[in-house]
Design a protein around this ligand. Structure first.
Ligand SMILES: *[C@@H]1O[C@H](CO)[C@@H](O)[C@H](O)[C@H]1NC(C)=O
Ligand SMILES: *[C@@H]1O[C@H](CO)[C@@H](O)[C@H](O)[C@H]1NC(C)=O
Ligand SMILES: *[C@@H]1O[C@H](CO)[C@@H](O)[C@H](O)[C@H]1NC(C)=O
Ligand SMILES: *[C@@H]1O[C@H](CO)[C@@H](O)[C@H](O)[C@H]1NC(C)=O
Ligand SMILES: *[C@@H]1O[C@H](CO)[C@@H](O)[C@H](O)[C@H]1NC(C)=O
Length: 825
């Protein structure tokens, strides 16, 4: 019976699955249609999610604006044709150096084509490089850069398959005052170089790529007939020697055709690099117009009629795939709203990529992960909003407020308070919902009810590659928990088998009386080596002397800290300089000991305080927790010790790092200057990230160290000697150091920036580093760091344990002494 039921269910499931696949396969998309995928967003979509979405929508051509390796490799194994882009800021380099061009091709083309099976078909060198607003900056470097890339691609053996071109803006050609397409000619300042470029494209059988924007014509000119921007009117606006133009696209295209004819290359294939309609940020930019535009345009593409002077079909790349909230709004507020899909991969309007005018939404991205369902809004008891101007402009400088303006999606829907809430939330979400990003002098608060009103959406940020820190955090945390559990299980195997919960109790209770019930415990008690007070509490039966523990901890910690710091200061200096050096700067090796005095003055009390707090708390907690949970005692004690020490450590670190990078020459001078110039806040700059790094760091390092020691002791059945402590310390240090490197890089950057405030916070710092220097920059200095902390760990724990033993050995004598004194009294 159950079997039959199972078979029926399985059969139904198979039916459903095949049906779904059948439906997916039905998505019919014009083969000439491609899309532009730009990623200037605070939380760009994950490439694999996007590629799946493209596949589901039947899109076979994609144009990118760079060659980001993660993005490109997501196309591995698909048949989607790629056009890679080279940003304008790389043109100079590539125009000058054949080697740089070769490297570019090797890293960004060959690697993907050869190893990954990515279907790269075009490279667009530069993007709209001849835009008149660039004042001719690229006129003389675009063509040489194209030639160098072409040569490099030919050398790599892909000359036939991968075509070099350059996506140009439509203002490289013009039709003069007549506006007649047949008068089309390349703009005067670009005429000569366009002639060379077109000749080159013709020779290499590459297409000319041009971006045509009816929306911009409408936006820029008051007299522009609105319907001329669309495709539904049959009124001829321009009559040109018998050719009638009822839409601006045809007229613009034919202007290009005429321009090409004039320089003698009428047959160069034309590709439309960008065309589309934005949905917000201007009175003409809305969902209805975008739907109307795409509907008309795609229908026209499906008809394959072409324009009067360019009949037939051609490839077009729609602009664009997603909204991009970090795009410059210099051209207009609409710049951030070109997406057919929203920032999270949800379609905004109905669009039929088959050109059949069906009212259906394209298929949304699947598997997008949203951040928490929370929003940052104005507190509801704030009624006087006249004073909020400053907070609003701050929020809107960082976040995207382009939907608030006249005629936009939130205009007329929100009141003044709503405006403020919208701005606050945009800033909050762009900063990955960081609590600090929802302060605004106390007038903002975080809520869990969606404040969205009508078409005015309050978005929730998605998780993306910009959230590396969180991912690392999770991975790091997972890794640590995993190794901890492994370590604990490994070393406590024996006690697990024997019923761990009773073990410590028995040991403590049975210390004097009844014989221990099993050999293991007896062994420990018979152990000839006296437990130093610092060792883990197995079999610890001495009464707990808080003051003594504190005192000895302070001494041992202070000693260990000073020894380590003095020994390793030069390596630390090198590390800091490596991390603070931005790409291309040289490393200075002078004055490796500068700042040591100031640093020792901080390290001594900090380290003393840390161990002083750590030891008694650890001892206390170990008495509370069962033995098999000792790891938690160590973690907690480490964290508490870390918090105590950070009060001293942070200012010291700030001074140290600013001195190491050469901003100050004496510690006291640095303190005075920072306190005067930047106040108390300056001395505690980067406190958040310091806690972020150091708290887990200390806790983890001490925990790993103690846990390994416990295990080692159980295995060795004796107390450890100094070299053993040192080796375990080194291992714990190196492991912890490697895991926490990114946190350290961020902390250093934040602390070194001073009042320049280059980064807005932890998240911004990470995003900027990743964007400007790549994710690997977060691992800058990992070599010296692991070395430093590994060696540091070995010295620190070695010195710590021997100092503690030294002190402990004196302890019984002291106790005895005082007793005898009492007796004497
Ligand atoms: C490859 O492309 C990326 C992204 O556009 C760029 O940052 C990198 O510099 C390129 N590689 C080389 C060797 O130029
Ligand atoms: C071009 O020139 C204008 C006016 O001279 C100037 O405002 C603008 O910043 C320049 N743009 C570039 C990219 O150099
Ligand atoms: C709003 O309420 C909060 C507490 O709920 C209070 O601290 C704040 O002073 C109030 N603000 C105004 C302007 O009433
Ligand atoms: C609102 O606040 C501003 C500045 O804080 C103040 O000048 C104005 O008088 C206040 N208006 C009301 C109605 O309280
Ligand atoms: C909201 O902000 C926009 C843009 O700053 C402004 O045009 C609009 O008038 C504001 N609305 C209210 C009710 O203050």
């Amino acid at each position: 019976m159950a079997r039959v039921e199972f078979l029926v269910k399985a059969f139904c499931l198979i039916l459903v699955i095949t049906h779904c696949q059948f439906q997916d396969a039905q998505t019919e998309t014009l083969s000439s249609i491609g899309v532009n995928w730009g990623a200037q967003a605070s939380q760009p979509m994950e490439p694999s999610v996007v590629v799946n979405m493209l596949k589901n929508n039947g899109i076979k051509k994609v144009k990118l604006f760079d060659a980001d390796s993660w993005t490109v490799s997501a196309f591995r194994g698909t048949d989607i044709e790629l056009m890679l882009g080279i940003p304008n800021d790389q043109l100079k380099k590539l125009s000058k150096s054949k080697d740089d061009a070769k490297d570019w091709v090797k890293e960004n083309v060959t690697k993907h084509v050869k190893d990954g099976g990515v279907n790269i078909r075009y490279v667009s060198v530069g993007n709209e490089a001849f835009l008149s607003s660039y004042n001719g900056s690229y006129i003389h470097i675009l063509f040489p850069a194209m030639q160098n890339i072409q040569r490099a691609i030919e050398k790599a053996g892909y000359g036939d398959k991968i075509k070099v071109t350059s996506a140009l803006n439509a203002d490289v050609y013009e039709s003069g005052s007549s506006g007649k397409p047949s008068n089309g000619v390349f703009r005067k300042d670009t005429y000569d170089v366009m002639k060379q470029i077109v000749q080159f494209l013709d020779e290499k059988n590459s297409p000319l790529v041009v971006n045509i924007y009816p929306f911009l014509s409408l936006y820029q000119s008051k007299d522009f007939p609105e319907e001329f921007a669309f495709f539904d009117s049959s009124n001829s606006e321009i009559d040109d020697n018998g050719a009638h133009y009822s839409n601006m696209f045809d007229a613009n295209l034919d202007t290009l055709v005429a321009s090409l004819k004039k320089i003698g290359h009428p047959n160069v294939p034309i590709v439309i690099g960008e065309i589309g309609w934005p949905t917000d940020g201007d009175k003409n930019a809305n969902v209805q117009n975008a739907k109307k535009f795409y509907r008309g345009f795609l229908k026209k593409m499906a008809s394959k009629k072409g324009s009067p002077r360019h009949p037939g079909t051609m490839t077009v790349y729609l602009f664009g795939l997603f909204d991009e909230n970090l795009k410059s709004i210099a051209p207009g507020n609409f710049e951030r709203h070109w997406g057919i899909f929203r920032y999270d991969g949800k379609p905004k309007f109905q669009v039929d990529f088959s050109g059949k005018e069906q009212d259906k939404y394209p298929i949304a991205a699947k598997g997008v992960r949203y951040q928490e369902h929370k929003w940052c809004v104005l507190k509801n008891n704030i009624s006087n909003i006249t004073s909020l101007g400053g907070a609003m402009s701050y929020a809107c400088a960082g976040g995207d407020c382009t939907s608030l303006g006249y005629g936009c999606s939130c205009f007329g829907i929100l009141n003044g308070q709503g405006n403020a809430s919208y701005a606050f939330n945009q800033y909050f979400q762009i900063n990955d919902q960081s609590v600090e990003a929802c302060d605004f002098d106390g007038v903002a608060t975080i809520v869990s009810k969606d404040p969205t009103k009508g078409n005015c959406r309050f978005p929730i940020a998605i998780y993306s590659n910009g959230n590396m820190l969180q991912v690392m955090h999770k991975l790091g945390g997972f890794f640590i928990m995993f190794s901890l559990i492994l370590t604990i299980v490994w070393f406590h195997w024996e006690s697990f088998l024997m019923g761990p919960l009773t073990l410590s109790v028995k040991v403590q209770d049975s210390a004097i009386s009844s014989p221990p019930p099993d050999a293991c415990i007896r062994r420990k008690q018979n152990s000839p080596v006296r437990n130093s007070f610092a060792s883990v509490s197995i079999g610890e039966e001495k009464p707990f002397d808080f003051l003594r523990t504190l005192f000895e901890g302070v001494i041992a910690g202070g000693t260990a800290g000073v020894v380590v710091e003095t020994a390793l200061y030069p390596i630390d200096t090198i590390k800091t300089r490596l991390q603070a050096a931005r790409a291309g700067e040289k490393l200075v090796l002078k004055g490796l000991y500068s700042g040591l005095t100031g640093n020792l003055a901080g390290v001594l009390p900090a380290s003393a305080l840390f161990v002083g707090v750590y030891e008694p708390i650890k001892q206390k907690l170990l008495r509370i927790f069962p033995e098999n949970l000792s790891a938690f005692a160590h973690l907690t004690a480490g964290a508490v010790g870390g918090i105590a020490a950070s009060l001293i450590r942070v200012p010291t670190e700030v001074v140290k790092q600013r001195m190491q990078t050469g901003q100050f020459s004496s510690a006291s001078g640095a303190v005075r200057f920072i306190a005067a110039k930047e106040g108390f806040k300056g001395l505690y700059a980067g406190y958040g990230s310091f806690l972020l790094r150091d708290l887990p760091f200390d806790a983890i390092q001490f925990c790993i160290y103690e846990q390994i020691r416990i295990g080692y002791k159980l295995a060795a059945r004796r107390d450890l000697n100094d070299p053993e402590n040192a080796i375990i310390g080194a291992f714990a240090g190196a492991l912890t150091g490697a895991i926490t490197t990114p946190l350290d890089v961020i902390k250093t950057r934040l602390m070194v920036q001073g009042s320049a405030n280059q980064y807005k916070g932890i998240v911004d710092c990470v995003q900027t580093i990743i964007k400007e220097e790549g994710p690997q920059a977060l691992l800058k200095g990992i070599g010296p760091r692991v070395l430093w902390i590994g060696i540091g760990g070995s010295i620190f724990f070695g010195v710590l344990e021997s100092t503690k033993r030294f002190l402990a050995e004196r302890r019984p004598a002291l106790v005895h002494h005082s007793k005898s004194e009492k007796v004497k009294d």
